[in-house]
Design a protein around this ligand. Structure first.
Ligand code: NAP
Length: 634
């Protein structure tokens, strides 16, 4: 919902603290506000301040641009406040249920019946929030207009607050109540919850100064307002919980990895499953198409063709049928099609033909076999087994990676993201305060390497070919971008990093490998991620000799280590979860190459595009565009 003049909002507890700040911020956008509070003097003062702000947008309205309604939110006349608002403004666009109190009595020592102490806290913080949400939904439904409700939670609703368990209980209740209302988005009503840590208000100041220091200080009011506005504006947010702290910034809670745990394991219906069940709809086909390698060559177009194959039903026991929506394109698709992945396993590689192509995909579980109890039809999932360039894929259930949504960004986090995440940690032993050099940095995996190195607190140098890619790398936080089309990499490294670089994430090979090795610092580590420059030679990939390599490494205590992702499969789930968390908290960006590839026929085009040197970010093929359109509407 765009915050624009003429909308109307009702804010409970709007006379002071966070409520007041929100009223004024809404008024600064020209939004009419009803302030509901029992503090008459302060409430009227906020109303007049709102009117002053609003006068910059509206003149001669014939009705007040702000109303103050004196009301205890636990009282029966709460509905009068909503009625007054709707009759004055002709509807209710935004409702912020903000009124809340702390509990001062020690509940177990309480000799009274609790109605004036801890039960009152429950009534104000939880019961009244439920009641206000009920009244807001009724008002919004009656007018059949979209609306946003924001309930004020607290970080004490996400983790225990030992000094005030009653307060913590009420806020925990508000969080779960709100998250359970996600399905109302189908009626155009989005209910979200905001959970800031301590803010410097009358209530926040009751927390000890030492404790606040430990938390990194008070959360700034402007961040609370920003969080509330984000929840109003972002149409994708429904049942969302936005957590705001000084230590971690703003992040949606729980992250997709945490959410995936209960979405997969729960047997009852859940928000995501409801959402994703719907588009699957149609019956399963009797056959489907997939890309297979029929000839061993690094020329992917010549190596592959599309075949139609029967869909075997029922699904084998312990297996799952995945309907694929997006497949990821990788530099090594050409090594796979040339049979290089199978070298060492067999002497006669051609006896392996035909075999399925594609390394990774995301989609929706379309059927499950007997004895699969933890996965359900309609659940989004990712796979990293060979055969991803297909409309459907049957895989053992143990290979299913649960995900929040089957999006292109998730595809990028699979092979590309995991390679960077695991290789830098396990092989690069990356810490902080070092210089990290990444080659082909604006590509599928390079983009993750630069960001993870930066997040770990390193200085990042990155190479790429072209202005657009250089711009992307700057946006991703790279300290020194070397666009080899305009600058000489060797000269820059020599002049600007005379002591050398500590870690190299190298995926180009050939001359680039030599240059990186020469730029390595004492005790430096060069991780061999790949050698894309060598994959497409006239006769495919030719092994290279490196004269003097051992002597070089010995005299500088350096190491060169290889990394091959399939050999680290035991770490995939853990590192994927980390990436989801970073992504959902906005700390990790995912660049998808802007060129659209639709359907299995476009796979060779996509592979060639990746090898053309013109791609930027992760190259992805959309296998089912109809699904994509249905998803966009959810
Ligand atoms: P990518 O980086 O998206 O590949 C595209 C980029 O590579 C281009 O933008 C270009 O970057 C560079 N490039 C393309 N063709 C080139 C050529 N002929 N010579 C020099 N540079 C060329 O691809 P990716 O799938 O993420 O793979 C990148 C590398 O990581 C590959 O070497 C791949 O094999 C490796 N990889 C390894 C693992 C593993 O487990 N070891 C896993 C995934 C990927 P600039 O021109 O801008 O430099």
């Amino acid at each position: 919902m765009e915050l624009k003049p003429g909308l109307s909002a009702l804010v409970t507890g709007g006379a002071s603290g966070i409520g007041k700040a929100l009223c004024l911020a809404l008024a600064a956008k020209g939004i009419f506000v009803t302030i509901v509070d029992f503090s008459e003097e302060k409430g009227k003062e906020v109303a007049s301040l709102v009117e002053i702000e609003n006068s910059k947008f509206h003149q001669n309205l014939g009705f007040p641009s702000a109303i103050f309604v004196k009301c205890d939110v636990t009282s029966l006349n709460l509905n009068l406040a909503f009625e007054k608002h709707v009759s004055t403004y002709g509807g209710l666009d935004i409702c912020i249920n903000n009124a809340g109190i702390a509990n001062t009595a020690l509940f177990w020592k309480d000799q009274t019946d609790g109605t004036k102490t801890w039960k009152h806290t429950i009534n104000v913080n939880l019961v009244a929030v439920i009641d206000c949400t009920r009244l807001a939904i009724k008002s919004m439904q009656a007018l059949q207009k979209p609306g946003v409700i924001i309930n004020m939670g607290s970080s004490a609703g996400l983790y225990p607050m030992y000094i005030d368990p009653i307060y913590s209980a009420t806020k925990g209740g508000v969080v779960m109540f709100t998250r359970s209302l996600a399905p109302y988005r189908r009626q155009g009503i989005r209910v979200n919850v905001l959970c800031p840590e301590f803010v410097q208000t009358e209530m926040g100041e009751k927390a000890g100064a030492k404790y606040i220091t430990l938390l990194g200080g008070y959360v700034q009011m402007e961040n609370v307002v920003k969080g509330a506005f984000d929840l109003i504006v972002d149409e994708s947010r429904a049942g969302s919980c936005l957590w705001i702290t000084n230590r971690r910034g703003m992040e949606y809670w729980p992250g997709p990895a945490e959410e995936a745990k209960y979405l997969v394991l729960s047997s009852s219906s859940s928000r995501r499953k409801i959402s994703f069940r719907a588009p699957l709809g149609a019956q399963l086909p009797q056959s489907f198409e997939k890309v297979v390698v029929h000839k061993l060559t690094h020329n992917f177009r010549d190596a592959t063709h599309i075949v139609r194959t029967p869909l075997k039903l029922p699904i084998e026991s312990g297996h799952v049928l995945l309907k694929i929506i997006y497949a990821g394109v990788n530099a090594s698709d050409v090594n796979f099609s040339s049979g290089r992945y199978f070298l060492g396993n067999k002497k006669d590689l051609s006896s392996l033909l035909p075999f399925d192509a594609g390394f990774e995909a995301v989609g929706i579980i379309a059927a499950v076999g007997d004895s699969v109890s933890n996965l359900e039809v309609g659940t989004p999932a990712a796979i990293m087994v060979y055969g991803g360039y297909a409309e459907f894929m049957t895989v053992p259930s143990k290979h299913i990676l649960p995900i929040g949504r089957p999006d292109p960004e998730v595809v990028a986090m699979l092979t590309s993201g995991l390679t960077a995440s695991i290789a830098l940690e396990k092989v690069g032993q990356m810490e902080s305060g070092q210089v990290v050099l990444v080659t082909a940095a604006a590509g599928g995996t390079g983009q993750f390497a630069v960001q993870l190195a930066k997040l770990a607190g390193n200085k990042v140098v990155a190479t790429c070919g072209g202005k657009e890619k250089a711009r992307l790398l700057k946006d991703l936080g790279v300290d020194r971008v070397i666009d080899y089309k305009t600058e000489d990499i060797k000269t820059v490294l020599k002049n600007e990093f005379p002591k050398g670089v500590d870690i190299v994430y190298e995926s180009v090979g050939g001359d680039m490998f030599d240059m990186c090795l020469n730029a390595l610092a004492i005790r430096g580590r060069l991780i061999v991620i790949g050698m894309i420059s060598q994959y497409q030679g006239e006769h495919g990939w030719k092994p290279k000799n490196y004269p003097g390599l051992v002597e070089k490494l010995l005299t500088k205590s350096q190491s060169v280590a290889g990394f091959f992702l399939p050999q680290y499969s035991y770490l995939w789930k853990e590192h994927l979860a980390r990436q989801f968390d970073l992504y959902s908290s906005g700390k990790l960006k995912v660049a998808i190459d802007p060129k659209r590839f639709l359907g299995l026929h476009s796979v060779p085009d996509a592979v060639e595009h990746l090898h053309s040197g013109r791609s930027s970010g992760k190259v992805v093929v959309c296998i089912d565009s109809t699904f994509e359109q249905k998803m966009a509407k959810l």
